[in-house]
Design a protein around this ligand. Structure first.
Ligand code: PGA
Length: 244
């Protein structure tokens, strides 16, 4: 399966910075590249980026439209050119208190709207130390129950251990391998036919000096990169590591 590197810019970069970044980024044959900017830079970035680079949104409302002040719908995202949406990032879960129930509704909305999505899952340090990692991930993956029977082509999973995000602590290859194999098993339970073809990305302190090792692990089909995706030089370096 072709690997994908997704840059999650979080609350960084004004429109001009986003456009300057992408103008210095060349699409690669060996690896797919996607960028998730702020909502407000989506349109400019989509217009400036080579068409091979997918542009995603960091969040989306579970509602189609209506009296939901401050929210952004799937059709609004499509209207500005978003190719996909990221759902359930740990910062949404932890800081903005998005529950599994809400994230499940967002997954259902994405399915109804035919919007490709990356579902983020991962355990906290406490949950890992209590031996609850697989249980926590299994419950988060239950958000996919709505998909049974159809739409699996919309799905990408990102395993992001919360303790590894922005902390400089990368999960060990053993941990990554164990969790990714577990996620693959669960996907195959959901869909024996499509489960093998769904990408499972790793995220959490991925940098140019660890990306090659991480991507060499079985069932790791790409990476979701935060901090190291902000500087064009370090992101280009990281992409080059994958393309070697
Ligand atoms: P990080 O963030 O690469 O800075 O750890 C990853 C993420 O939050 O997606």
């Amino acid at each position: 399966m072709k690997k994908i590197i997704i840059a999650n810019w979080k609350m960084h970069k004004l429109r001009k910075e986003a456009v300057d970044f992408v103008e210095n980024l060349s699409a690669q044959k060996e690896v797919d590249i996607a960028i998730i900017p702020s909502f407000l830079a989506l349109r400019d970035l989509k217009n400036a980026a080579p068409k091979e680079i997918a542009i995603g949104s960091q969040n989306m409302s579970e509602h189609s439209h209506g009296a939901f002040t401050g929210e952004i719908s799937a059709s609004m995202l499509k209207d500005v050119g978003a190719d996909f949406v990221m759902l359930g990032h740990s910062e949404r879960r932890k800081i903005f208190l998005e529950s599994n129930d809400v994230i499940t509704k967002k997954v259902e909305r994405a399915v109804v709207e035919n919007m490709p999505f990356v579902l983020c899952v991962g355990e906290t340090l406490d949950e890992r130390e209590l031996g609850e990692t697989k249980e926590v991930i299994s419950v988060m993956l239950d958000a996919l129950s709505a998909l049974i029977g159809s739409h699996w082509d919309l799905v990408t999973i990102a395993y992001e251990p919360v303790w590894a995000i922005g902390s400089g602590k990368v999960a060990t290859p053993d941990i990554i391998s164990e969790v990714h194999n577990y996620i693959r098993e669960k996907l195959l339970e959901f869909t024996p036919e499509k489960g093998e073809g769904i990408r499972i990305l790793y995220g959490g302190s991925v940098k140019s000096d660890n990306i090659a090792e991480i991507l060499s692990i079985d069932n790791v089909d790409g990476a979701l990169v935060g901090g190291a995706s902000l500087d064009p030089l370090s992101f280009n370096q990281l992409i080059n590591e994958v393309s070697i």
